[in-house]
Design a protein around this ligand. Structure first.
Ligand code: SF4
Length: 308
């Protein structure tokens, strides 16, 4: 397995639950989308996978393994894995780039690259990759600082930095949300081509169902830190069974919301199903939320789904 998450639970320092218990597994080359609105726990899950939880958040249960290595425990193997086999493309590329470091210096960041000759050699080796990512390779561009290039170029520089290590699994956190529609489509096409060539697997975080349908074979829907529905994209996104997935689909199609409201803050979430305050199909039994039905790859958690 590239990624194996078992009963993962994250909480705040005051023990308020933020995410989980959550199960998820990715086999090599699998393309999975993680879908949900802001606050659903998508980015926290990405940070837990990379072993970089933000201050004030801790793991209160379960385990996260990538390529057989525990990512929730510091180790030399984890550090090596994060550089070689597992890479993170953040929502804002500036999180991965130092604004005071030139593009070329980011591209040659390797522990063994010190001399100017070695740097030049690495840059030359990267030229085909940069061209493939449609990044300029002239010295004027390479000598620019991150804030002197476009948002789309910054995202592709981060991608080039990751792909240069030939990773097997990417964690992409809303990588297209800061791009305009043309650049977004270009990035999606590029990633589809890269997947075909490299058989690269990924966990792609997005709130956009169209993006999920384009880049993934499988989807997991999160709400309030809980998994609500999972399965193949062409089933879950075309024929959603869960009321929340249906609401996401309607929102994607521009259907106005009838129930309104927002996702409750973690310390104000109701007992039982977290979608209860907004669910048009809620019933008294939803206070006692029934367990997940199915496997982690294909299943649902909704009291109504248990009806004959
Ligand atoms: S469990 Fe109840 S409240 Fe939650 S989504 Fe299903 S029907 Fe709605």
């Amino acid at each position: 397995m590239s990624l194996l998450i078992q009963n993962l639970e994250l909480c705040r320092h005051d023990k308020v639950s933020l995410l989980g218990p959550l199960n998820l597994s990715l086999e090599p080359g699998a393309r999975v989308a993680l879908v949900g609105e802001s606050g659903s726990g998508k980015s926290l899950l990405a940070q837990a996978i990379m072993g970089v939880l933000p201050p004030g958040v801790r793991m209160s249960g379960g385990s996260v393994e990538a390529f057989g290595c525990r990512m929730d425990q510091p180790s030399h193997d984890r550090q090596t894995l994060r550089q070689r086999r597992l890479a993170w493309i953040p929502q804002d590329p500036l999180m991965a780039l130092n604004p005071l470091v030139r593009v070329q210096d980011h591209l040659v960041l390797r522990p063994w690259v010190h001399s100017p000759d070695c740097r030049q050699k690495v840059l030359e080796q990267m030229r085909p990759l940069l061209e493939h990512l449609r990044l300029p390779t002239d010295s004027t561009f390479l000598r620019r600082f991150p804030l002197e290039i476009s948002g789309g170029q910054r995202q592709r520089v981060v991608l080039a930095m990751s792909l240069a290590w030939n990773p097997e699994l990417l964690i992409l956190d809303e990588p297209t949300s800061a791009l305009d529609p043309d650049l977004q489509q270009e990035f999606l096409n590029l990633m589809t081509a890269i997947h075909r060539q490299r058989k690269l697997g990924w966990l792609w975080i997005t709130h956009d169902l169209e993006v999920a349908a384009t880049v993934a074979d499988r989807v997991l829907v999160l709400y309030g830190g809980k998994a609500l529905e999972a399965g193949p994209c062409n089933e879950v996104l075309k024929f959603p069974r869960h009321p929340y997935t249906r609401r996401l689909q309607e929102a994607n199609q521009g259907v106005p919301s009838t129930e309104g409201g927002f996702l409750d803050a973690p310390d104000h979430r109701p007992a039982g199903c977290p979608f209860r305050p907004r669910c048009p199909e809620t019933e008294p039994t939803c206070v006692e939320w029934r367990p997940w039905q199915g496997s982690s790859a294909m299943g649902i958690r909704c009291n109504r789904s248990l009806r004959p």
